[in-house]
Design a protein. Structure first.
Length: 276
């Protein structure tokens, strides 16, 4: 692993690191914020998965999460959203290929060799993080924005007991019923929709839900509402009697102004679960 940069932030350290990834068969970059409390021993970890077109950098510089994580003594990891590099396939569209990994394990050509983001986020990157940094593996929570909200919700529901809490900002909530989902799942997973079900938060909520608190925020003026399908997830949460809340936030759009507005509440929500 190589250190790209380390900068003092809110009494802690905001680092950027690269490492060779066997899972994605390329070098991968991530941001990690360690609060001051990490100098004294392992601290809880909050994952932030980002959305379409993002790298590790967008949420790291625009979400404002570090101030609240520093106060709560929680580390933040900002992974990239896809494999990268000249050898990695891409697509001219912003919502397929590099920057649009959709947190799935691709089985189709030309994507399968590199686009293994599910295994990267749930297996390889945790191993890198817990062996190299003072992080408490037993105290993890996960959140994300848009495509990253889809990733956070589906990963949290797939690993009962791993994450104490899950939240999402404007998640792609029902990708099997959306053009933000059907196009990418066809490309990455193939036309057989049976292979898609384990990557859809609404279908997973209908079937089993999350074994802890869940918080979802969605702006009412989000320009992508028709693609995000928030009503499907809200209905599934109500039917499941899922603990937590689905909140429609009046007037907010899809941008990081929306994310940063509610970040303090999301970090406090996770801090309660992580420290309880
Ligand atoms: N570029 C796309 C929109 C992509 C987009 O809004 N991406 C969101 C996540 S889904 C994001 O976080 N963008 C990067 C940023 O705002 O820093 C478009 O023009 O339609």
């Amino acid at each position: 692993m190589k250190t790209v940069s380390e900068s003092r932030a809110f009494g802690g350290v905001q680092g950027v690191y690269t490492h060779p990834s066997g899972t994605c068969d390329c070098d991968m970059t991530f941001g990690l914020f360690l609060p001051e409390q990490a100098e004294d021993g392992p601290v809880p970890l909050l994952w932030f998965l980002s959305g379409l077109t993002c790298t590790h950098e967008n949420a790291m510089v625009k979400s404002g999460a570090q101030r609240w994580a520093a106060e709560a003594g929680i580390a933040l990891v900002f992974p990239d959203t896809s494999p990268r590099g000249e050898a990695v396939p891409n697509d001219p569209a912003y919502d397929l290929g590099q920057g649009a990994g959709f947190y799935v394990n691709a089985s189709q050509e030309p994507w399968a060799q590199h686009f293994q983001m599910w295994d990267y986020i749930t297996d390889e990157l945790p191993n890198v993080l817990f062996s190299a940094f003072p992080l408490a593996e037993a105290a993890q929570a996960i959140t994300g924005h848009s495509m990253g909200g889809h990733g956070a919700l589906t990963i949290a529901m797939s690993f009962p007991g791993r994450f104490r809490s899950v939240s999402a900002f404007a998640p792609i909530a029902n990708p099997v019923a959306s053009d933000w989902g059907r196009k990418q799942f066809t490309a990455y997973l193939g036309a057989d929709e049976a292979a898609w079900a384990g990557y859809d938060a609404t279908l997973m909520m209908r079937r089993y839900g999350f074994d802890g608190p869940m918080l979802v925020d969605q702006g009412t003026k989000d320009q992508f509402l028709d693609l995000l399908k928030p009503e499907a997830l809200a209905e599934a949460m109500a039917a499941r009697r899922q603990g937590g809340a689905f909140r429609m936030q009046k007037g907010y759009d899809h941008s990081y102004f929306f994310v940063s507005t509610f970040m303090e509440e999301h970090v406090a929500f996770h801090a309660q679960a992580l420290q309880g």
